[in-house]
Design a protein around this ligand. Structure first.
Ligand code: SF4
Length: 398
């Protein structure tokens, strides 16, 4: 029986670096990020570089059992996310990329930085390219200044129009835009207008997220508990959000983007190679506060608190908050859950053979509800029902 838990995929490894700092806190944000003085950036980067260089010893001492393949794996994708990593001086970003290149075998074909449009300057963009960064993921969210202001974003529509030519001139050929459906004051017209701007700016990749409502953000709390400070009353209904999502599917499909994951579209060949690793259960190492890692057999995460993380690393200890062995049952659930997020669907025959299970009955209720469709051994979400995908996942996990 093959090792059902590991998918080293030609021994390729992804690396994620978390930069948990922002200029302000957006009202809808439920991430563990902080607004800190710039003096904290350099010591944090120092800690991340130490974690990268000492990853074998640090992980071993923390109880993580890295499979043998890790020693020989080649790092081909790096994703510097946050937070707002574009706030950092390019020299600090370069130190982290250099630490990766000094520690691992690398063939870096996709190195992404998340950036806020107002932080982009020509000198920075050129330094990013010199540091091997070749993809920029922009937190655009909307092209409506009213929506951006209500969400607590620092940039405005004109900043995106200013930043994109700067990146192009610096040689960045792969730009991704994040858009959020469900921001306060969003209407069918304003959403359509945000989509229309993609024709003008031509990003190679687009991610569309639905506003998440939970206690973790100020806006989410207000939606759940009442209040007027963050414009919770102006948040579109669930039905409107589903309409916005469907309008995005239609628009992006017609504009030549390949819809390859529920929230993601790329021009052919420009799908996010790094993010595909998450959905394909390929291994990745996360460095920095709150960063998650997956070895194929274990999942673990670093402490979220940046100060606690920094203290521990500088003291020679990896501050792991969660470490779990992926059991065969959990691996199977992940195959289904992550596999169905991809529009190509899942190969039921392969999974049944690898895991020694029969999945037939598991899909029947979803199939009769029209939520998924089958073609031979392939099962995938019905394209017309993508906006209800949560329902599908809940059904599958039962
Ligand atoms: S920029 Fe991103 S990470 Fe920072 S507060 Fe806003 S949504 Fe959160």
């Amino acid at each position: 029986m093959p090792d059902f838990r590991v998918n080293m995929h030609n021994s390729r490894l992804g690396i994620y670096i978390q930069v948990p700092f922002c200029q302000t806190k957006c009202t809808y944000c439920n991430f563990h990020t902080g607004v800190v003085s710039a003096g904290r950036f350099s010591p944090y980067v120092e800690a991340v570089c130490r974690e990268i260089r000492g990853f074998r010893e640090l992980n071993a001492a923390a109880g993580v059992k890295l499979p043998e393949g890790f020693e020989k794996a080649t790092v081909d994708t790096v994703y510097i996310g946050g937070g707002t990593p574009s706030l950092l001086e390019p020299g600090l970003l370069r130190r982290m990329v250099d630490a990766i290149q000094e520690t691992f075998a690398t063939e870096l074909n996709e190195v992404t930085i998340e950036a806020d449009p107002e932080t982009v300057e020509a000198g920075k963009a050129e330094a990013w390219v010199a540091a091997a960064i070749n993809r920029v993921s922009f937190g655009v969210q909307s092209f409506s200044d009213k929506e951006l202001a209500a969400a607590g974003r620092m940039h405005r529509r004109r900043d995106v129009y200013r930043a994109v030519p700067i990146l192009r001139a610096a040689g960045i050929r792969n730009i991704s835009f994040d858009l959020i459906a469900g921001l306060p004051f969003q209407t069918r017209e304003s959403w359509k207008d945000s989509l229309e701007q993609l024709r003008e700016l031509e990003p190679e990749h687009v991610s569309v997220y639905l506003l998440e409502v939970d206690e973790g953000s100020r806006l989410g709390k207000e939606i759940l508990n009442g209040g007027v400070r963050y414009s919770a009353g102006a948040v579109p209904s669930d039905d409107e959000m589903a309409d916005f999502y469907e309008a995005a599917c239609e628009f992006l499909g017609a504009a030549g983007y390949h819809h390859y994951e529920i929230s993601n579209w790329g021009k052919p060949g420009l799908e996010s190679r790094h993010n595909l690793k998450y959905w394909r259960r390929e291994p990745y190492l996360g460095f920095g506060a709150g960063a998650h890692s997956f070895s194929g057999t274990e999942r673990w995460a670093n402490a979220h608190d940046a100060a606690e993380y920094g203290r521990a690393i500088m003291g020679g200890r990896l501050p792991i908050e969660q470490l779990e062995v992926v059991t065969p049952a959990a691996a199977l659930e992940e195959e289904l859950f992550l596999g169905l997020r991809q529009l190509d669907g899942i190969d039921v025959g392969r999974i049944e053979r690898e895991y020694g299970v029969a999945l037939g009955g598991r899909f029947e209720p979803l199939e009769s509800a029209g939520l998924i469709e089958r073609s031979g051994e392939l099962v995938r979400l019905s394209p017309a029902r993508l906006s209800v995908s949560n329902e599908v996942f809940v059904g599958l996990m039962r």
